[in-house]
Design a protein around this ligand. Structure first.
Ligand code: GDP
Ligand code: GDP
Length: 453
């Protein structure tokens, strides 16, 4: 075998430099089942199977490296997105909005057999504001018969539908030529930066979410001016903090204090999930005056699963005395083990104590969440760590860690190529060392392992 090609020693040098950072990104969006994943696989020209993911973690956006006619670019796959509590239309529109912020060109995939649905139209409505190129893909045009139906998609107003069959490869070469023509040589300046960043305020009932929102927004002064390039959902609030505008998502319930009828716990968890899905960074409130409860732990686990950047706000600090403070530290050590990387701010929404400190904490967390480590730096580091502490034996064999690459950001997602299974303990060790080396304060980090036989 030519396994030696995969030695870290050989590859680290080859990937020196930051050239990977300079690759433009193509985002693939559309509703479920239109064939996005099939198309992404077709673009990559291979079956990318993530052999092993960290259990309990939902994959939402992963970037893969593609190469067509000698040009390299990232393909951002949004295939794993699930419709949230508020329904598919909003979910797909938000996916499109996110792509407009992060990508250099967008493929909107529509199922030509089904035709344009209301959900497709919701995505189109969002994408019409896009300043970056949007290419409409009519997928599942497996033969000529479907072509006439696909022509109906002109009505979406995104120009000519590119007719392809992702499953059979029909038309995909021409599509990729169009993609290359649309993609800039290098990522646009400040990609991912424009528009207000989206914040979710989460925490169990009565922890002080609406009090905090009111404190931050100076009561009534905040909301409702449109900011260029963004949509302000009536359920969101724009708040100016530290000289920047932030979008607090799903705040309608907080402002109006809807009487939660029945099934409160279930309802609250749906709301939390939906806010998290719409956000980039979460501020999770914990009542510092009371013992941490089961309800807090459930919210923490939703936050941890969401993959969002996180700031922990210990609210009601005005009620905390020496004794309580001592107890709280013990509870934190015991209960916050899933998010040890989150920064902590002790605040009082009531008195306004330290609420301004939430801003730099959110900024740090988002910086970590967006961070990309070049393949060269990553592998230089990996080689040293693995040489000093090799993975434990499995079934009498020593798995070799061959190579790593950062497959995505938001949150940073790393893929390790190995010759065998890596135990969870060793992956946690690598994550700890990775954090020590590169610093990801406030952000989760995901590590997948791909085993090469
Ligand atoms: P996604 O949810 O948008 O990522 O969609 P998938 O890629 O998972 O595809 C959904 C279904 O459509 C799968 O059963 C695919 O096999 C099927 N599919 C994808 N592309 C085509 C195509 O070009 N023609 C046909 N007939 N089926 C396709
Ligand atoms: P929400 O359900 O999470 O939106 O919580 P609220 O903002 O409605 O707050 C619930 C209760 O906690 C209200 O009576 C608030 O006045 C009180 N509260 C909120 N923040 C603080 C705080 O920092 N200190 C104290 N002492 N009480 C607070």
């Amino acid at each position: 075998s030519d396994e030696s090609d995969w030695e870290i020693t050989d590859l680290a040098g080859e990937h020196e430099g930051e050239e990977q950072l300079a690759m433009p990104t193509l985002a693939v969006v559309g509703r479920p089942n239109v064939g996005k994943s099939t198309l992404v696989n077709r673009i990559l020209g291979r079956r990318e199977a993530v052999v092993e993911d960290i259990p309990g973690v939902t994959r939402d956006r992963v970037s893969y490296e593609a190469n067509w006619s000698g040009r390299r670019f990232w393909v951002q796959d949004t295939g794993g997105w699930e419709p949230d509590a508020k329904g598919l239309q909003q979910s797909v529109a938000r996916q499109a909005e996110l792509a407009m912020r992060t990508a250099d060109a967008i493929l909107l995939v529509v199922d030509a057999v089904v035709g344009a649905t209301a959900t497709d139209e919701a995505a189109v409505k969002m994408l019409r504001r896009s300043k970056i190129p949007v290419i409409l893909v009519a997928n599942k045009v497996d033969d000529q018969r479907v072509e006439s139906e696909a022509a109906g998609l002109w009505s979406l107003g995104l120009g000519e539908p590119r007719m392809v069959s992702a499953a059979h490869g029909r038309g995909t070469g021409d599509l990729l030529d169009d993609v290359l023509a649309a993609l800039p040589e290098t990522p646009r300046e400040g990609a991912g930066a424009p528009g207000p960043r989206r914040v979710a305020l989460v925490g169990k009932p009565n922890v002080g979410k609406s009090s905090l929102l009111n404190k931050l927004s100076g009561d009534e002064r905040s909301v409702v001016h449109d900011v260029a390039g963004t949509t302000v959902d009536p359920v969101d609030s724009l708040v100016e903090l530290g000289g920047k505008v932030w979008k607090f998502v799903d705040t309608a319930g907080l402002r109006r204090k809807v009487a939660n009828a029945s099934g409160t716990e279930f309802y609250a968890s749906l709301r939390t999930k939906s806010a998290l899905e719409a956000s980039e960074v979460a501020i999770m409130l914990i009542d510092a005056g009371q013992p941490i409860t089961e309800q807090d732990l459930r919210v923490i686990s939703l936050v941890a699963d969401s993959g969002r950047a996180l700031v922990l706000a210990f609210n009601k600090w005005d009620l905390v005395d020496e004794d309580r403070r001592y107890q709280l530290e013990k509870e934190v050590d015991r209960d916050l083990i899933r998010v040890p990387w989150a920064q902590r701010v002790n605040i009082s929404a009531h008195t306004g104590r330290a609420v301004q400190k939430l801003v730099p904490a959110m900024e740090t967390a988002l910086e970590s969440w967006d961070k990309r480590i070049s393949t060269g730096r990553l592998n230089t580091w990996l080689k040293e760590v693995v040489a000093a502490t090799p993975p434990p034996m499995r079934g009498g064999r020593l798995p070799r860690v061959l190579f790593a690459t950062q497959a995505g950001t938001r949150p940073p997602t790393f893929v390790l190529f190995t010759t065998g299974f890596l135990e969870a303990g060793y992956r946690r060790f690598l994550e700890r060392r990775l954090r020590e080396e590169f610093g990801f304060d406030g952000s989760p980090v995901r590590i997948s392992v791909r085993v090469r036989e």
